[in-house]
Design a protein around this ligand. Structure first.
Ligand SMILES: [Zn+2]
Length: 415
């Protein structure tokens, strides 16, 4: 029999043991909570696999223009933003749906939070993917830059699924038509400052110049590449995105200075300026400018020769004024994606013509485009889908854009 004293000692030992256990459990719990918190504070990476890049914005050059080449970091704090490979077609483009991942991704909307389509069903049908891959690869050889490779059955290129879009979605994306008849409705939310990119081969007229994300990254790469190729640091971006107020101000000033006829020919009224989309920029020359122009054979001609490699087209060529209803602008570049720009350039089409032509291509027989040079060289397919229930690839990356009129264009990356 234990004495009272022994009993008390056993009781105390039990309590001490219990308390020790509780303390150990608490410590383990605290460690777990700290671990979880540290995961939450790490940069979130999206489904597209983004990585965070630290960028040192530029300082100001003595001519008053901004160049990302100089590095006077004291003026503006460093900016952090997320960035994938700059040439990835998916980079920053809204309406991106990556189909060639696991089955669970095709079921869920990975673009949560932005303008992802309101509903999705999948209906995939491709009996033999390996055989179809061979078909598409073997059909790609020996083709001309930017040319059509003709229609191909969808089974040979990609599988499809159905997406339900909203009316607003028609008025979003990189391939919208905005001209004197077609008003921009300001549904996109995708602007970013050019100043925050790692530009070094060009100047900005103002720190505040903005472009739509995909256009911004491609313009930055385009103008850096021009500098890399030529060593010329004389090109500047005069502008990018314009607000309706900007457009009104420009129109009124042009009408005052040059007369109404001139203003009507060159300047768009608020709502009808392509600059509202954020995919256009007027380029300038600091010396020999202000507006960009290059003679064939001059070093500056590289800009015209390679714009399509970075997804840009000269939007208002002189010989198409009857279609665009805008006088020749040798300086106004519009982002339309690399494959579409290649096709338009090779076939001498303006956007109005391309958007008409693409109406005869659908998911079953898309327009195939081979891009033979530049950072996004490869094979692509483009097609049109009217209405709000559309077919998109279920096993390929693609970019989806409204045409701002009545339907959608799908640019499929076949690589
Ligand atoms: Zn312009």
């Amino acid at each position: 029999m234990a004495t009272k004293k022994q009993k008390r000692q056993i009781l105390l030992a039990s309590i001490a043991g219990f308390l020790l256990l509780v303390i150990i459990l608490l410590i383990v719990l605290i460690i777990q909570v700290i671990k979880l918190n540290s995961i939450d504070t790490e940069p979130s990476s999206s489904a597209a696999g983004t990585a965070v890049t630290q960028v040192q914005p530029s300082g100001k050059e003595d001519n008053g223009r901004t160049s990302n080449k100089s590095s006077d970091e004291s003026q503006v704090p460093a900016v952090t933003y997320t960035k994938t490979h700059p040439y990835a077609p998916k980079r920053g483009i809204r309406h991106l749906h990556t189909g060639n991942q696991s089955a669970e991704n095709t079921q869920s909307s990975e673009d949560s939070g932005d303008s992802a389509p309101s509903g999705q069903e999948s209906s995939v049908n491709n009996e033999d993917p390996s055989a179809s891959k061979e078909t598409s690869e073997s059909s790609e050889t020996g083709k001309v830059n930017g040319s059509s490779e003709g229609s191909q059955p969808a089974a040979a290129l990609f599988s499809t699924k159905s997406l339900t879009m909203t009316e607003d979605d028609i008025h979003k994306g990189i391939l919208q038509l905005v001209n004197k008849q077609t008003e921009y409705l300001f549904k996109d939310e995708w602007l970013m400052r050019m100043y925050d990119l790692d530009g070094y081969g060009y100047y900005l007229d103002e720190y505040s110049i903005e472009m739509a994300e995909p256009a911004a990254y491609h313009m930055n790469d385009f103008l850096n590449a021009f500098y890399d190729e030529t060593g010329i640091l004389n090109v500047y971006m005069m502008n990018g995105y314009r607000t309706p107020e900007d457009a009104d101000w420009l129109f009124n000033r042009s009408a005052e200075e040059n007369g109404m006829e001139h203003a009507m020919r060159y300047v768009m009224r608020a709502g009808f300026s392509e600059h509202h989309i954020g995919c256009s920029s007027d380029l300038g020359l600091i010396e020999g400018g202000p507006y960009f122009y290059a003679e064939e054979g001059s070093a500056y001609y590289w800009i015209y020769d390679h714009a399509a490699d970075y997804g840009f087209v000269l939007r208002y060529p002189g010989h198409k004024e009857d279609i665009t209803e805008i006088g020749e602008e040798t300086w106004h570049f519009r982002y339309v994606s690399v494959p579409v720009a290649n096709y338009m350039y090779a076939n001498d089409l303006v956007l109005e013509e391309f958007l008409e032509e693409i109406r005869s291509y659908d998911a079953a027989s898309p327009l195939k485009i081979k891009v033979t040079q530049g950072p996004e060289a490869g094979s692509y397919a483009v097609y049109y889908q009217p209405g709000l229930t559309i077919s998109v690839p279920s096993d390929k990356d693609y970019v989806l854009s409204g045409n701002n009129v009545d339907g959608f264009l799908i640019v499929v990356d076949l690589n």
